[in-house]
Ligand binder design. Structure first.
Ligand SMILES: *Cc1c(COP(=O)(O)O)cnc(C)c1O
Length: 363
C-alpha cells in the first residue's frame, strides 16, 4: 500500500502529477530546445496559469530558479544596496537573514521566539532599510503572518520594497501584488511536485532597483540570474540558462488544475482541513497545538506538541504509529525534533485523508 505523505516538503505529490509526467514523456519534453517555440509556449502557459491563480498583475514578472532558497540570494543582491530588514521567528526566516549577512548587507532584524508570530503593529521598519523580508509561513514552527498584516505594514512604508517567502504556503496566501513587490516559492511544498524548481515573482520596481545597482561599480548584483538578465529573456518567454523545462511544463499544468477548482475553493478547502486538525488537537489529551495565538496558527503546516507536561511522549512514537498505517507525518524541527510533529496541509491531501489521519492520531 502506498504511503500518504503529510510531510512539509517534499510532500505528497498532487494526484494529477503522474498524468502530466506521462504526457510530458510522450511529448518528449525532456529533449526540446529551450530556444524553441515549443518551450516559449510552455513558459507562457505556466506564466498565464500562475498569474490567474495568484492574481499577479502585468507589473510583475515570473521567473524560474533552481529552488526557493536561491531567491533569498537573488533578491538581496538585486534589491538591496546597503540595508535589509527581516522578521525572524524560526529557522527559515533566520536563514533569509543569514543570507543577507553572508552577502555583507547591513541586515536589521526583529526577532520573536519560536512559535510566536508578527502583526503589523509590532513592527517598526528601520529608516534606511530598502527591502523588508517577511516569511508568510514559518515552516519550522507552524506560524503564519496574515497577508492583511503584511499589506497594512506595506501601506505604512510604501516606499520600501517588500519581499515575501511563501514557500510552504503558496497558493494559499492572497497577497495583493499591487502592494507586494516580490514573492517566491518552491514546487515541492503546496504545489505537490518533486523538488527541483523555484518560482520568483518580482515587480518592475525591483527591476528598476537592480538596474540602478548594476551601474554601481562598488557593488555586484551577482553573475548568475540577475534580475535584469532574467527580465530581458522573460520578454520572449525564455531563460538565460537551460531551465528545468519538464517541471515548468508540469507546474503550468498543475496550476491549471488548481484554476479549474478555483483559488477561492482551494483556500476554503485548506481552511476546512486546518480547522479539523486544530479542533482535534484542542481536544486531544496526547497532542496539543504548539502555536497558542489562533491568528498566528499556520493553515498549511500544523505543528503539535506530543504528550503533556506530566506525561511526555516522544514524537517518534506518534510518527511510528501513523507510519504503521502508511501515513507519514513530519518530525519537529531542530531542537523540537523529538517533542513535536508537523502535519502538512497542502492541496494534495484531501479532506478524507486528513479525517483518516485524525482517526489514527486519536488511537
Ligand atoms: C522549504 C523552505 C525554504 C527552502 O526551499 P528550498 O526549495 O529548499 O530552497 C524556504 N523557506 C521556507 C519557508 C521553506 O519552507
Amino acid at each position: 500500500m502506498n504511503n500518504t505523505y503529510f510531510t512539509p516538503g517534499p510532500a505528497e505529490l498532487y494526484p494529477t502529477f503522474y498524468q502530466h509526467l506521462q504526457t510530458a514523456m510522450d511529448e518528449q519534453i525532456g529533449s526540446i530546445s529551450h530556444r524553441s517555440q515549443r518551450f516559449r509556449d510552455i513558459y507562457k502557459f505556466a506564466d498565464e496559469q500562475l498569474r490567474t491563480l495568484l492574481s499577479i498583475p502585468s507589473t510583475h514578472g515570473i521567473f524560474f530558479t533552481g529552488s526557493a532558497s536561491e531567491v533569498w540570494e537573488r533578491v538581496l543582491l538585486n534589491c538591496v544596496e546597503h540595508e535589509s530588514f527581516h522578521l525572524v521567528n524560526g529557522s527559515f526566516s533566520q536563514k533569509f537573514y543569514d543570507y543577507a549577512n553572508a552577502l555583507h548587507k547591513h541586515a536589521h532584524v526583529l526577532e520573536k521566539p519560536f512559535g510566536e508570530g508578527f502583526d503589523a503593529a509590532d513592527v517598526e521598519v528601520p529608516a534606511y532599510a530598502e527591502l523588508v523580508c517577511l516569511t508568510h509561513n514559518e515552516t519550522s514552527s507552524g506560524v503564519q503572518m496574515r497577508t492583511s498584516e503584511m499589506h497594512k505594514l506595506k501601506r505604512k512604508y510604501p516606499k520600501k520594497l517588500f519581499c515575501i517567502d511563501t514557500v510552504s504556503s503558496a497558493p494559499y496566501p492572497d497577497l495583493d501584488f499591487n502592494l507586494i513587490d516580490s514573492a517566491f516559492f518552491s514546487v515541492q511544498k503546496a504545489f505537490g511536485m518533486p523538488a527541483g524548481l523555484g518560482v520568483w515573482i518580482a515587480s518592475q520596481n525591483c527591476l528598476a532597483k537592480a538596474e540602478r545597482l548594476e551601474k554601481n561599480d562598488a557593488l555586484t548584483i551577482g553573475a548568475h540570474h540577475t534580475l535584469p538578465t532574467l527580465w530581458k529573456h522573460y520578454k520572449t518567454f525564455e531563460t538565460p540558462a537551460t531551465p528545468n523545462v519538464l517541471y515548468i511544463y508540469i507546474l503550468g499544468k498543475i496550476a491549471e488544475d488548481f484554476n479549474r477548482i478555483g483559488i477561492d475553493t482551494m483556500r476554503k478547502q485548506t481552511e476546512e482541513k486546518a480547522r479539523m486538525l486544530y479542533k482535534f488537537l484542542e481536544t486531544s489529551d496526547t497532542l496539543s497545538p504548539f502555536v497558542s495565538q489562533e491568528r498566528h496558527r499556520s493553515q498549511t503546516v500544523i505543528v503539535a506538541t506530543t504528550g503533556t507536561a506530566d506525561k511526555p511522549k516522544s514524537s517518534g512514537d506518534v510518527m511510528a504509529a501513523t507510519k504503521a498505517v502508511n501515513m507519514i507525518v513530519g518530525s519537529g524541527y531542530g531542537k523540537f525534533k523529538d517533542s513535536q510533529i508537523r502535519i502538512a496541509n497542502f492541496p494534495a491531501v484531501s479532506i478524507e485523508q486528513v479525517a483518516a489521519l485524525i482517526d489514527e492520531l486519536k488511537k
